[in-house]
Design a protein around this ligand. Structure first.
Ligand code: HEM
Length: 514
């Protein structure tokens, strides 16, 4: 969290003092919150509100600790922003089902305003006709089950490359986190652009920085009206630099596609449909549909697909492997299953994944303990509304702590332990109907990339378990593996996972499947 850095704290203290002096007149006006029937919450300091209570901890941890004291429906002031924090399945259901329409918008964060062309992406577009149309394109065209299936050859080829690359370094420690991240990104890149982008490393860097900036807890987002702070904190200039670079990369890719479309139309070549091709069908009334997208809209959606799609999936694979290293019994059971299924079928490909029941439980349990987006994406209250007799003010930011709910002892036995068996014979799934388990959110703004995301988690995990046994380097014991989290919109492990691969099955050859 930005507020964690010590030198930054000094800067923050100075700036806050300045703001306090400048805004002292406004403070009285803002005490309107205390007069109304808001949910309970800790006492608020002038100007910074409750920010000091979150400093030094990861937001989902800090918010969970406060909720333990003040309850699962809590009111906070995060700088200038009035926030409602939801930490129980019952209240999550109120927000994402009972009053879904009222909470179907997103508050604006600086990162999405700058990086996503004034929030014209799917994830941060305000609720309305534009978002509805984009969302339709996403669910029916870009991320439909059929489209995800059509990218199976790409996923399989990329995983084959990953396995071969790991096998070539068998017996020595490798940075598995980086390998998984790069492979997922290449796979997404090929599905989106038809090929690996020349600027892949740069684009990965931009995505990582964007994920850190889009947490919603940046100074610029808790003091949205103090533009000077956006500059002084360095946030705005940094985002503008990232945006310029991302815009250049995506612009080049779109131009290339437009050129290819012309040559394909004139019969000079055959192109397979990638996500940019699909989006270009909607470009400036390209196909006489009632809805059309500008070049900038298309770039915003591409940025979404990478931002929302790559980090989340690779983070989930990373956590799953780390948890299995810490729990050798689970690793062993998963390996026995994966090896049995692939060997029995005589093929090593995606078609076998459905039969891997235990692997599916491992993924479910990983997403319970380590939801890659622990606070979901924030919602914004569009109309005055009541929950549990409390007033939820218009424009307040609603934060659902999916991570805290997934570890709440009211719903889960021994919630801190990694135990995939808890999902045996359970009907709980990813569809957002069980509010104690919402790694993909729920309701109108639920993740539209569930099939795409799971496909990018299942195959890599199955293949990593099939081809290798895994050991920790330097004689480390499995119980020593540090599971500390890093800060960001997608929460990863703080340290990369370094492991030694011991080949079990020979790596795939060019001719064999995966
Ligand atoms: C393991 C993988 C993934 C996880 C855990 C995940 C999780 C989430 C969560 C929690 C949300 C917010 C939901 C809410 O507010 O209720 C979300 C939104 C979204 N996700 Fe995912 N996601 C994953 C993969 C993907 C993929 C692969 C894509 C696209 C290729 C994607 C695209 C999106 C988009 C566009 C939104 C915004 C939806 C909207 O606001 O209408 N996600 N995701």
């Amino acid at each position: 969290m930005e507020i964690q850095c010590p030198s930054f704290q000094v800067l923050l203290a100075l700036l806050l003092f300045m703001i306090m002096v400048l805004k002292i007149g406004k403070i009285r006006g803002k005490t309107k919150y205390s007069a109304s029937n808001l949910p309970p919450g800790p006492w608020k300091l002038p100007v910074i509100g409750n920010l000091h209570q979150l400093a030094g901890s990861l937001p989902h941890h800090g918010l969970r600790d406060l909720a333990k004291k003040y309850g699962p429906l809590m009111h906070l002031k995060l700088g200038e922003v009035s926030a409602i924090v939801v930490s129980s399945a019952e209240f999550a259901k109120e927000v994402m089902k009972t009053h879904d329409l009222i909470f179907a918008s997103r508050p604006q964060v600086l990162a999405s305003r700058i990086l996503s062309y004034d929030s014209t992406n799917v994830a941060f577009a305000p609720y309305g006709e534009y978002w509805r149309q984009l969302r339709k394109i996403c669910t029916l065209e870009l991320l439909s089950a059929k489209r995800v299936r059509s990218y199976r050859p790409i996923r399989e080829e990329e995983i084959r490359n990953l396995i071969k690359s790991i096998a070539s370094r068998a017996g020595s420690p490798i940075n598995l986190t980086q390998e998984i991240c790069s492979s997922t990104f290449t796979s997404t890149s090929r599905a989106a652009f038809g090929k690996k982008t020349r600027d892949q490393e740069k684009f990965i860097y931009i995505m990582k920085e964007a994920a850190k900036a889009a947490s919603g807890f940046a100074l610029a987002d808790v003091f949205p009206s103090v533009s000077l702070l956006h500059l002084l904190s360095g946030m705005r200039p940094k985002l503008e630099r990232l945006h310029k670079e991302a815009d250049r990369i995506m612009g080049g890719i779109i131009k290339e596609h437009q050129r290819d479309m012309v040559t394909t139309k004139s019969g000079e070549g055959e192109a397979e449909e990638d996500l940019v091709d699909v989006l270009l069908k909607f470009h400036e009334h390209g196909n006489e549909l009632e809805f059309s997208l500008t070049t900038e809209n298309i770039k915003a959606v591409i940025f979404d697909i990478f931002g929302a799609g790559s980090e989340t999936s690779s983070t989930a694979v990373d956590w799953a492997i780390a948890e299995m290293i810490k729990n050798p019994r689970v690793m062993n059971m998963a390996q026995i299953e994966v090896r049995e299924v692939f060997n029995r079928k005589g093929q090593v490909d995606e078609t076998c994944i459905r039969e891997m029941k235990y692997l599916n439980l491992v993924i479910k349990e990983t997403l319970r303990l380590h939801p890659p987006v622990p606070l979901l994406l924030p919602r914004e209250c569009r109309e005055k509304c009541e929950i549990d007799g409390y007033e939820i003010p218009v424009k307040s930011k609603v934060i659902v702590n999916a991570w805290a709910i997934g570890r709440d002892p009211n719903y889960w036995n021994e919630p801190e332990s990694f135990n995939p068996d808890r999902f045996l014979d359970s009907s709980i799934d990813y569809k957002g109907a069980n509010f104690e388990y919402i790694p993909f959110g729920a309701g109108r703004r639920m993740c539209p990339g569930v099939s795409f995301g799971l496909a990018n988690v299942e195959l890599p995990l199955a293949l990593l378990l099939y081809h290798f046994d895994w050991k920790l380097p330097k004689g480390m014991k499995h119980e020593d593996l540090d599971m500390t989290e890093a800060f960001g919109a997608a929460v990863k492990r703080k340290d990369d996972l370094h492991l030694i691969p011991i080949p079990y099955h020979p790596p795939p050859t060019e001719k064999s499947q995966v």
